[in-house]
Structures are given as C-alpha cells and as structure tokens.
Design a protein around this ligand. Structure first.
Ligand SMILES: Cc1cc2nc3c(=O)[nH]c(=O)nc-3n(C[C@H](O)[C@H](O)[C@H](O)COP(=O)(O)OP(=O)(O)OC[C@H]3O[C@@H](n4cnc5c(N)ncnc54)[C@H](O)[C@@H]3O)c2cc1C
Length: 401
C-alpha cells in the first residue's frame, strides 16, 4: 500500500489549510455570541470565495460540477476543513447534505436530481436526514414506527423523529419510513423525499444539546410527520431499499467522519503545543518544560498518526473490496478514532487550565460538540460487537445466541 500523497493533492491541502486559517477561523469568534442563522451572509461571502477558487463541493464528481476528488483525497481534504467547525460548510460538503447529495446522485431519478440535487449542489438549499426516533432505539435501525402508506399515487407519512440534524431551515428531509411491513426486516423501509413545506411536517423544536439549541444548519431537531402526503415519485430507489441505500451512505461516510475527527485532534494538539510553549509557570519556565505535558504531546502525536493510518487503510480496503468486506476495519476506526480525538481534546483543555473551559478557544466547543461522536453513526458498543462477532466466528462462536 502506497501512503505517499501526490504533489497536486499536497498543493490542494496547503491551499485549503491557508484558507481555513485566514477565512474560517475568524468566524469561530463571531459564532461565540451570534446565532448561526445571523451569520449566513458571512458564510455566503466565504462560500463565494471557495467557488471562485474552484474548490466548491470537492467530493462531487466533475460532471455534477464538483472538484471530482477521489474518495481518499477528499478524506484528506476533510481533515483540513475540520480544523474549524465551519470548514465543511464553507465548501458545501457538510453533513448531512453531503450524504444526501451522494444518494441523490446514485439513486435519484432525473426529476429528483433536477428538483433537489441541483439546488443542493449549488448551495441554494439545504436538506436533512430523518431516521432516528425518540421511541425506538437508533442502534437497532430495523425497528421503527414511522410509516408511509400508499394511497393511490401518494405516500401518507406518519411518524415522530428526532435528532434530524439541520432540519431548521432545510428545504427537504430524506425520511426513512416503513413501506413494506410484511417484508423481511431489512426490506421494510424506504427513503422518501419530503419537502419541509408539506402540510403535516412539523418542526417541533431545535433540541438543546449540551446547553446549545442552535439555529439553521447548526441544529438537531425533533420533527413530527402527521399525514404528510407526497407523490410516490418522491421515493428514492426501489420500494423497500431504504436500508440498502442507508448502508451505502454510511460505510464511506464513516471514513470522512474519522478524517474530520483527525482534523479536530490536530487542531487541538496544535493549541496544546502553543499553550505549552507560551504559558510560563514561573518567569522563564514554560509549561513545555514539564514531562507530563511532553508525554501528552508525544502520546497525542503517536495516537493521531496511528489513527490516520488506520483510516486511510480502511478507505483503501473499501476501494479494493467494498464496504461490506471492510466492515471490521470501518467499525474499528469508528470507535477508536473517536476515542483518540476525545482524549486529545481533553488533554488540550487540561493544558489550558481555566482558559480551556472558557469559550476563548475553540477547545470547549470541541469538548461539548464532539462527545456525540461515540453515539451517532452507531454507538461504540455496536461497532465493538461487529468486530467481536466477525472475529469469534473464526473460533466457531455464534455471538447472537
Ligand atoms: C449529534 C447527533 C446527530 C445526529 N444526527 C442524526 C441525523 O441527522 N439523522 C438521524 O436520523 N439520526 C441522527 N442522530 C441519531 C443517532 O443516529 C442515534 O443517536 C444513534 O443511532 C443511537 O441511537 P439512540 O440514540 O436511539 O440510542 P439507543 O439505540 O437507545 O442506544 C443507547 C445506548 O445503548 C447502548 N447500546 C445500544 N446498542 C447496543 C448493543 N447492541 N450492545 C451494547 N450496547 C448497546 C449504547 O451505549 C448506546 O449509546 C444523531 C445523533 C447525535 C448525537
């Protein structure tokens, strides 16, 4: 396996790093006391700069107007963008829109592409993905209460969802709903596009998470669907193909999540080193002279390097044999990279003393916001179960008993 980065990619990464530092870091300061929605004009100005640089939607194939980066190159770009919580948004490759763009490209009809994909790619609208329900465990996705019942040429959707990220201000939701209740568990649900101005779509609230309610893209929302009627043409792919589509989105998506977490860990380590070098414990005696902080820096460096190689290897394996055959590697990075990131953030907070708890650096934001990494896209325990099950199979044990 060749881990060297081609010259052209290195140039691209350098340009993106500079852009994020010069143009996106200052937004973090504004975002401390200005709601996301009020910052939209600032974001639009940055997004225009990204378009002018020819870097808009880096992950999208050229024929759809993107940069057409390979899967792994976009992973490395994702690391650079993640040094700020707003990097991906400025480049129009933020979750959940990026995943919705991918599934619309792969499964969308010509009409759906014209109506939803085009404006999404252009950054004119946003979208959300509505699968998790308050009354059912998200870690068992085949158990859900939301239904889409066919009546003539329409689906009538009823259900209660939450943690539909970025639903506030989204133009449409991709909703997972049971369409075929009598089919085997993985063939029961479909993904259906529901415009948010459909009668019966109710945005109940932006859920306050770790003390932050947010607005617009920066939200996790509770949503009710009450007799929402949409044409059957709004279904994505075949009826009952909802899980297959969700699976195709999740495997590669986890590579990008993990690369994003590595970017966050790198920024935190950078801040830790800056603090160690600049904080004097006594005149002329910087924190950096203490072996404890040297250990933190060295351990963080080693852990991030190892995590990055694991992620690149998992991405390479997906390219070689597909997501299903790479499921052990994907599950391994999902929980272990989250752990590396959270450990590095925690050490960086500690190195900053009281300042680490304040919002004067981005660390407190990372500390609050990234705790969720161990829960979404499969909690740690589920991924550990996947690995153990595969491994123990080789020893003749069926762990499902
Ligand atoms: C910030 C954030 C953003 C999100 N965005 C979206 C979104 O945009 N769209 C969407 O549909 N959903 C979203 N989610 C929801 C997410 O997918 C679910 O939270 C996740 O699937 C877990 O489901 P749950 O919360 O119902 O937890 P549960 O399934 O109730 O699990 C609770 C806990 O039980 C334990 N557990 C579960 N299963 C097992 C097991 N098999 N073995 C051992 N222990 C187990 C784990 O510790 C787990 O954390 C988001 C969540 C967060 C936190």
């Amino acid at each position: 396996m060749d881990f060297s980065i081609p010259e052209s990619t290195r140039d691209l990464l350098g340009r993106i790093r500079e852009f994020v530092k010069a143009e996106v870091f200052p937004i973090e300061v504004m975002a401390r006391d200005t709601p996301f929605r009020e910052l939209l004009p600032v974001f639009e100005e940055k997004r225009q700069k990204v378009r002018n640089m020819g870097l808009w939607t880096p992950q999208i194939p050229k024929e759809y107007g993107g940069v057409g980066l390979t899967f792994l190159d976009h992973g490395m770009v994702s690391e650079e963008l993640a040094r700020s919580p707003y990097g991906h948004f400025c480049f129009n490759c933020q979750a959940p829109d990026a995943g919705n763009m991918e599934i619309l490209i792969e499964y969308g009809s010509d009409e759906q592409k014209e109506k939803w994909l085009k404006p999404l790619l252009a950054g004119k609208i946003r979208s959300c993905f509505s699968m998790t329900e308050p009354d059912c465990p998200g870690s068992n996705p085949v158990w859900m209460n939301t239904t889409a019942v066919r009546e003539g040429d329409e689906y009538v959707i009823n259900g209660h969802k939450w943690f539909t990220s970025s639903a506030d201000g989204a133009a449409f939701a991709v909703v997972m709903a049971t369409t075929n209740p009598d089919a085997p568990p993985h063939g029961r649900a479909s993904q259906i596009l529901v415009p948010t101005d459909t009668p019966g779509f109710e945005l109940v609230r932006n859920i306050s998470c770790m003390g932050h309610e947010g607005s617009d893209w920066d939200t996790h929302c509770e949503v009710k669907y009450e007799n929402c009627r949409v044409p059957v043409e709004n279904r994505l792919g075949e009826e009952g193909a909802g899980f297959a589509i969700a699976q195709s989105r999740l495997g590669p998506g986890r590579i990008h999540h993990c690369m994003r977490w590595i970017g966050i860990a790198e920024r935190s380590l950078d801040l830790m080193c800056q603090r160690a070098a600049s904080r004097e414990l006594a005149p002329g005696v910087p924190l950096a002279t203490k072996q404890t902080i040297q250990n933190w820096i060295a351990e963080s460096r080693a852990a991030i390097n190892a995590a990055r190689l694991m992620v690149l290897h998992a991405g390479w394996k997906i390219d070689q044999v597909g997501s299903r055959e790479a499921r052990v590697e994907i599950s391994a990075i999902k929980f272990s990279v989250a752990d590396v990131m959270l450990t590095v953030i925690d050490k960086a907070v500690q190195a900053h003393g009281a300042m680490g708890i304040s919002d004067d650096t981005i660390l407190a934001f990372f500390y609050r916001n990234e705790r969720a990494s161990r829960i979404y896209d499969g909690p740690d325990e589920v991924h550990k179960g996947v690995i153990a099950r595969q491994m123990l199979k080789q020893y003749g044990v069926d762990t499902r008993k």
